[in-house]
Design a protein around this ligand. Structure first.
Ligand code: SF4
Ligand code: SF4
Ligand code: SF4
Length: 347
């Protein structure tokens, strides 16, 4: 009759044989997904931002979020960071005497913090129930509270610290910017871009926003230039680039008809870098700044998403049965030790 010992020996041998026989152990490393061609996003230009925070208030209103107080008098909505009820915030960089805007030394600068709508989002990859998904057409990273189980894996996975849990709510959910997608059906775009008085936050197709960002980087610092406000349309971009009208891509239908809006401003002393063009494999929200990005709170990230690497590791371990075999082996070893102590009376 077979003893438990025989069974355990057999189990270990089988595990070893699987690995030894060269069971498929490596899944092909996957590439970081690219931004979809018709992806929508935002361009935030810190040099145009005047720190009025109209975008913060508009975001609250558009998403039905309550005020959050950080002052004793509780007179104003004064969130200190993004939260389950604050999806957009303007932070401030300060140095020395703070005399000059957008100067790294003795200067100050603003920076918008909201979801970057990554090309290959790790929040989507980490979510075990697909409550976070990426829209294949416009690339918006969407959240479905009906599917969410509150595990908060997305919170831990995001390199920008964006998804936040509503701890104050017994039926808490995750809060984060969804690019105001609930407003799109009525032809409205992102509320933060709609209200921004200077065009510092601009809504549009990510490819157009990138071209506009590069146009700005080529302008002469200190000169006066025209900056689009609100919603950058492709025709408006062509005009700004001095390219002939017509024959462009078709504008997606459904947006409210409105005349092009512009703002005449002074060209900032830009860092020659469009943040989000490459970071993390690309993001649909792009940023320009006069102060180095790491100084204004934007993390230095590699040009690939950790979703690609973590999924490759997972698929390698699980796809090749390495992990189950290793776990079975470890469990078997523990069980075997216990059998020994049963049989031999060891403690
Ligand atoms: S509304 Fe525009 S200018 Fe005002 S804080 Fe927001 S981004 Fe800056
Ligand atoms: S910024 Fe964070 S929450 Fe937003 S898409 Fe990227 S990983 Fe997800
Ligand atoms: S797009 Fe909408 S949800 Fe996102 S930061 Fe702007 S106003 Fe807030």
């Amino acid at each position: 009759m077979k003893t438990r010992r025989d069974f355990l020996k057999g189990a270990l041998a089988a595990g070893g044989a699987l690995v030894g026989a060269g069971a498929p152990v490596a899944a092909a490393a996957r590439e970081t997904h690219a931004v979809p061609p018709e992806a929508m996003g935002l361009l935030y230009d810190a040099t145009l931002c005047v720190g009025c925070k109209a975008c913060v208030a508009a975001c609250k209103e558009a998403n039905g979020n309550p005020a959050e107080f950080s002052t004793v008098d509780q007179l104003w909505d004064t969130p200190l960071d993004t939260s389950g009820h604050t999806f957009n915030i303007i932070k401030m960089y300060r140095n020395g005497t703070m005399d000059t805007k957008d100067a790294e030394t003795n200067g100050y600068a603003f920076m918008k913090t909201s979801c970057m709508h990554c090309a290959d989002p790790s929040c989507v990859s980490a979510c075990p129930v697909s409550a976070m998904t990426k829209n294949p057409e416009n690339g918006i990273v969407e959240y479905n509270p009906d599917k969410c189980i509150g595990c908060r894996y997305c919170v831990a996975a995001c390199p920008f610290g964006i998804p936040k849990y509503q701890y104050d709510d017994p039926t808490g959910r995750i809060g984060k910017c969804e690019l105001c997608r609930h407003r799109h059906k009525d032809g409205h775009y992102s509320a933060c871009a709609e209200v921004c008085p200077t065009g510092a936050t601009l809504f549009g197709r990510t490819a157009d926003l990138l071209a506009e960002a590069k146009r700005r980087l080529a302008l002469k610092p200190g000169s006066t230039a025209t900056f689009p406000r609100g919603h950058l349309r492709h025709a408006q971009l062509k005009e700004l680039l001095g390219q002939p009208a017509g024959q462009g891509r078709m504008e997606r239908k459904g947006w409210r008809d409105e005349p092009n809006q512009n703002y005449e401003g002074v060209v900032g002393n830009y860092q020659q870098h469009v943040y989000g063009e490459k970071e993390y494999g690309g993001t649909q929200v792009l940023k320009l700044s006069g102060v180095p990005f790491e100084k204004v709170g934007m993390p230095a990230l590699p040009p690939y998403s950790s979703a690609a690497t973590s999924e490759t590791i997972q698929h390698t371990l699980y796809g090749g049965l390495l992990m189950p075999v290793a776990v079975l082996g470890a469990l078997t070893w523990v069980a075997k030790r216990n059998v020994k102590s049963d049989e031999g009376g060891e403690s």
